[in-house]
Design a protein around this ligand. Structure first.
Ligand code: COA
Length: 330
């Protein structure tokens, strides 16, 4: 099928509750100055205890469907990307399908590629749509990281937040617009730098895993930082060059929001001025796979994207995983 796959609608949802660096500094040995200068984060949103990934996904998904001027029943594929599914199984995508009240004869599944999940999800959905069998796919990234953070560990608890972002991908007759190209990759030899060790088949939940705080994110921040800077820069170049344009033709870079210093180094590598880079990490922290679709939704609402613009998504996460997607706005 040589139809284009466009982003027909976007939506996002951030929980109301704000926790500032100053709030966190009351319970762990940190400061607003340390967190802001090292990461660019000032505050993050925290979901209610009873609010699950699917509840946040439901709101962002409804907003994206409405923004695409569609109805839930027009959706024929649902992909959720998350490291914080409602439960091990069934998938959060199936739970979301039921909450949206949509048809039961469509595929619904989760993708777990950590912070690269949205880029993976868009690639999988758009390639499935190229088969010609799907017209409108919903890709929703929803993360409740507050539930898997060790609030006694200053190395990690200051960096993450909760939220959800969604897109509706639709087929279009217009040529050479929408999702132009994507590069994906992974290096599974380095699982130790960023992980949540317990609760899976390797280390099922036990009294010991709870006592040893193994149901929380563990991270070697310095290692992650080094890899992220290198790979996000390389993969941005790769997808841009493979499509045959140059970095200065990019109108807006929408990177995974993990750390302002990582984002700035990617921009520098691409020789992009920071005006061409969307950054909202100050308000939300790292919302894992939800960060790019939340940023995309905000960039569109702020009027930062117009027809004909080349947009670049680039992400990096646990796995290690990475991905970059080049989009031409329709
Ligand atoms: C975590 C990160 C902000 C740390 O910044 P950094 O400049 O690398 O920090 P440094 O390694 O120089 O400093 C670490 C020191 O600060 C301390 N520290 C860590 N967290 C702290 C906090 N919240 N407040 C105060 N001090 C803290 C550490 O204990 C360490 O102290 P030590 O040197 O005495 O052992 C940074 O490495 C980072 O963002 N990494 C990537 C993380 C990420 O994006 N993960 C998700 C990827 S998708």
């Amino acid at each position: 099928m040589n139809k284009s796959i466009i982003i027909a609608g976007t939506g996002s949802y951030l929980p109301e509750k704000i926790i500032t660096n100053h709030d966190i500094a009351k319970t762990v040995d940190t400061s607003d100055e340390w967190v802001y200068t090292r990461s660019g984060i000032k505050e993050r949103r925290i979901a209610k205890s009873e609010e699950a990934a699917s509840d946040m996904a439901l709101i962002s998904a409804k907003r994206a469907i409405e923004n695409a001027k569609l109805k839930p029943e027009d959706i024929d594929l649902v992909i959720v990307t998350t490291v914080t599914p409602d439960m091990m199984f069934p998938s959060t995508a199936c739970i979301l399908q039921a909450k949206l009240g949509i048809r039961n004869n469509i595929p619904c599944f989760d993708i777990e590629a950590a912070c690269s999940g949205f880029v993976y999800g868009v690639e999988v959905a758009s390639k499935m749509m190229k088969s010609g069998y799907y017209k409108n796919a919903l890709v929703v990234s929803s993360e409740k990281l507050s539930g898997i953070l060790d609030w006694q560990d200053r190395n990690t608890c200051v960096l993450f937040g909760d939220g959800s972002g969604a897109v509706v991908l639709s087929t279009s007759e217009e040529k050479d617009v929408g999702i132009l190209d994507t590069v994906l990759g992974a290096d599974g030899s380095d699982t130790a730098t960023l992980k949540l060790p317990a609760g899976g088949s390797l280390m099922p939940a036990s009294k010991e895993t709870v006592e040893n705080r193994q149901h929380f994110i563990q991270m070697n921040g310095r290692e992650v930082f080094k890899h992220a800077v290198k790979i996000m820069g390389e993969k941005s170049f790769e997808v841009i060059e493979r499509y045959g344009i140059t970095p200065n033709e990019i109108s807006l870079l929408i990177p995974h929001q993990a750390n302002t210093r990582i984002i700035e180094s990617v921009a520098k590598r691409l020789k992009l001025p920071m005006e061409k880079v969307f950054v909202n990490i100050e308000k939300y922290g790292n919302t894992s796979s939800a960060s790019i679709p939340i940023a995309l939704d905000e960039a569109l609402k702020a009027g930062k994207i117009k027809k004909g613009d080349y947009i670049l998504f680039v992400a990096f996460g646990a796995g290690l995983t990475w991905g970059a997607t080049l989009v031409k706005w329709h």
